[in-house]
Design a protein around this ligand. Structure first.
Ligand code: KG4
Ligand code: ZN
Length: 342
């Protein structure tokens, strides 16, 4: 069973061909970072136009690399949301067109479900597990019970973790995208020289808050005559990681009230942060769980995760109609109260 996956929900145009034996037969990710850099953030209209321009040749490329025609596919999966709606429309319409012409099932994949199921593609782990999903647009702790079965244990009440990294990097003049730049700068700094708060840590529940931390950083920066950028970056990174570790510890306890989780899984772009990975290893070890962290290229946005989620859904007969409407918002756990950036 081979599936074509398409990802266009933010600033990566991506296509991949993946099979049910967990083999990625071909994949390509085209980053639009250079196009958005002059604006210091992702511009939705530029993103949509760029997806439109690049997606068809990218699909042709991965199909050729896999040595397959559309007739060989078992289905076509595309991110159906949540995300920037113009980009999601490009991916969904393209997938529907291929599915209609080739007479194959179309699968609209929730982008968050793509991130949530990646660990089953890379590590073949079983349900249930606890997922820390940390990206530029999302910051959630989810109990993953099965395909389509999610319980949100915590979410951010303001900024996502990646968004916090990006804003802090902008404040410190480190450029865009901020996460990797801030991690590089932090490597040369001492996190203990500058005091920053740890919002919500020690409090019940597993929610996050990062906007106060960003404000505190702005104050520290304004106070300093000759701002020690490396120390500020290190202190900020440490504070975010402390918050993520504390909240994840709480979520493990919450998840265990109703499920026998077998692993702590981390996904999303921020999961590429090496210091965070080391810290989460400690949190997992303390709880007697393995930490499962997919390789960085499958933590950031990619199409292999969309194709894989498509395979998981197709195996259960969860196909979508060609009347599926792209969804700018699409919570994984509809029973959870809406978060600011759920
Ligand atoms: O999952 P992703 O590629 O796209 C979204 O769905 O948002 O995540 C991108 C986010 C950005 O905010 C970026 O700054 C952050 O992940 N990020 C990092 C690192 N690499 C990427 N944050 C901290 N440390 C990193 N090494
Ligand atoms: Zn993502």
């Amino acid at each position: 069973m081979v599936i074509l996956g398409i990802e266009t929900s933010c600033d990566e145009t991506a296509a991949a061909v993946v099979d049910a034996d967990r083999r990625v037969r071909a994949e390509a990710v085209l980053s639009q970072q250079a196009e958005h850099r002059p604006y210091g953030g992702v511009v939705p209209e530029i993103a949509a136009r760029s997806h439109l321009y690049h997606l068809d040749p990218l699909i042709r490329q991965v199909m050729a690399e896999a040595g397959l025609g559309f007739a060989h596919l078992a289905g076509v999966a595309a991110t159906g949301g949540p995300g920037l709606i113009g980009g999601v429309m490009v991916g969904v319409m393209t997938a529907k067109a291929i599915a209609a012409v080739a007479g194959k099932p179309f699968l609209a994949v929730n982008h968050l479900e793509g991130h949530a199921l990646t660990a089953r593609l890379t590590h073949a782990i079983d349900f249930p597990y606890l997922l820390l999903l940390v990206s530029g647009g999302h910051c959630q702790l989810l109990l993953v019970r099965g395909v389509g079965q999610y319980r949100r244990l915590g979410t951010t009440i303001d900024d996502a973790a990646g968004e916090a990294f990006d804003k802090a990097a902008k404040l410190l003049g480190l450029g865009f995208p901020g996460g990797p730049a801030l991690e590089r700068a932090a490597a040369a700094g001492d996190p203990s020289r500058i005091a920053l708060p740890r919002p919500l840590t020690g409090r019940p529940g597993a929610d996050f808050s990062f906007s106060g931390l960003k404000t505190a950083l702005r104050h520290r920066l304004a106070e300093a005559k000759d701002p020690p950028v490396a120390d500020l970056a290190a202190a900020f990174q440490e504070a975010v990681i402390d918050c993520l570790a504390d909240r994840t510890g709480h979520a493990i306890a919450m998840a265990r009230e109703g499920a026998r989780i077998g692993a702590l899984v981390v996904a999303g772009g921020v999961a590429a942060n090496r210091r965070l990975r080391r810290r989460l290893e400690e949190v997992a070890a303390e709880a007697g769980l393995p930490l499962v962290a997919p390789p960085a290229k499958y933590c950031t946005d990619n199409a292999a995760m969309i194709a894989w989620a498509g395979i998981e859904r197709l195996r259960l007969g969860l196909v979508d109609g060609l009347d599926f409407a792209p969804r700018p918002r699409w919570p994984l756990d509809p029973s959870a109260r809406p978060g600011a950036r759920a």
